[in-house]
Design a protein around this ligand. Structure first.
Ligand SMILES: NC(=O)c1ccc[n+]([C@@H]2O[C@H](COP(=O)([O-])OP(=O)(O)OC[C@H]3O[C@@H](n4cnc5c(N)ncnc54)[C@H](O)[C@@H]3O)[C@@H](O)[C@H]2O)c1
Length: 324
């Protein structure tokens, strides 16, 4: 009989530091590019009841021996019940034998690995001297995305907008720092015009960012669209941007790219992020181009982050061992 390690949300949260997660996720993009991080077909479906979406992302990071899956999803009405919209568990297996190794909370891992990818994409694609950032959607991702951006950029002006004004006001108060104030806007257009880095973190099903609001040189992290039907970006804006995706196949099914398939078939995209991290393709090339990163969240991001949590938990003797 084997034993597996159970890690609670609190334990996972205390083990993982954003800068370390950024490092393992960036390295994971190299593994993906070299074919060492495999992803199996994604399940992601609307329940058709309770405003819920359920999914499974699984894969195998061969050179690190991380095999497993994350199962869970997004329940839009949860915040009104005081529960996070995302709910998930991650399971890791011993790849040689299939014996389960660990079960852990997946909510914090989803949050932090997505913050990490936002920071990595911005490092390669945003203008180095970016000072203004706009966060559209003041929920969980809106928070981690700003925290992650601040690891690379000195942001003197942060703007935020949310469909619910109370959320954006509370966000501005909570996320303001002495050298980086956050202002809540009542009109999305005013929050977007003139910004350097724009991050969209809503579950919207229609464009919330119009093409004419976005000026040359802006970098956009499109985080919210990660499911069939979700959309935040005006297709006109997508089509005049230099587009980078986390994974083209997945983005064509779940991301902003799903709404631009004809365009992508005829014009292509600039790169997958792994090609830029590996220096095979360029990141930003001048101050005028609009760059857009389409993020849908990849299995390896969960696996390398869960693997890091497991290694640290064993080192620090944290968690609860459970008999199988
Ligand atoms: N790409 C990825 O890897 C990845 C990872 C995690 C979450 N997500 C997606 O990001 C989105 C946000 O996730 P979250 O955990 O922050 O959710 P959340 O519920 O915590 O926050 C979403 C916020 O968006 C606001 N909002 C909803 N519709 C809006 C609109 N039309 N305009 C402006 N604001 C609006 C809500 O009021 C809320 O404050 C979801 O679609 C989620 O599935 C993607």
């Amino acid at each position: 009989m084997g034993k597996l390690l159970f890690l609670s949300r609190k334990e996972v949260e205390s083990l993982l530091k954003l800068n370390e997660v950024i490092n393992v996720v960036e390295e994971g993009f190299l593994f993906l590019h070299r074919g060492e991080a495999l992803a199996y077909p994604v399940v992601r479906e609307f329940l058709g009841k309770y405003e819920g979406i359920f999914g499974i992302k699984s894969g195998f990071v061969k050179n690190r021996d991380y095999l497993g899956f994350k199962a869970g999803g997004y329940w839009e009405n949860n915040p009104q019940l005081g529960i996070p919209a995302h709910q998930s568990l991650i399971v890791l297996y011993e790849p040689k034998t299939g014996v389960p190794q660990a079960v852990m909370d997946g909510n914090f891992i989803t949050i932090i690995r997505t913050g990490a990818v936002g920071a990595i994409a911005s490092k390669y694609l945003a203008r180095k001297n970016s000072k203004i950032a706009t966060i559209m959607g003041c929920g969980t991702q809106g928070r981690i995305q700003l925290t992650a951006l601040r690891t690379y950029f000195n942001l003197s002006d942060v703007r935020c907008y949310d469909a619910n004004r109370e959320y954006s006001t509370a966000y501005a108060k909570e996320m303001s720092a002495s050298d980086s104030s956050v202002r809540s806007f009542s009109q999305p257009e005013n929050a977007v015009r003139g910004t350097d880095i724009l991050v969209t973190t809503t579950p919207s099903m229609r464009p919330i960012i119009l093409d004419q609001w976005v000026s040359k040189g802006t970098h956009i992290n499109a985080i919210g669209a990660d499911t069939k039907g979700k959309q935040e970006i005006d297709p006109k804006l997508y089509q005049r941007s230099k587009v980078v995706v986390d994974d083209l196949k997945q983005c064509s099914e779940l991301g902003e790219t799903q709404h631009n398939l004809d365009f992508v078939r005829s014009h292509g995209i600039h790169a997958q992020l792994g090609e830029i991290v590996s220096r095979e393709k360029s990141g930003r090339e001048n101050d005028d181009e609009i760059t857009l990163f389409d993020a849908t969240g990849l299995a390896f991001q969960d696996l390398v982050t869960a693997g890091l949590a497991l290694t640290l938990a064993k080192e620090k003797k944290m968690g609860t061992w459970v008999e199988l």
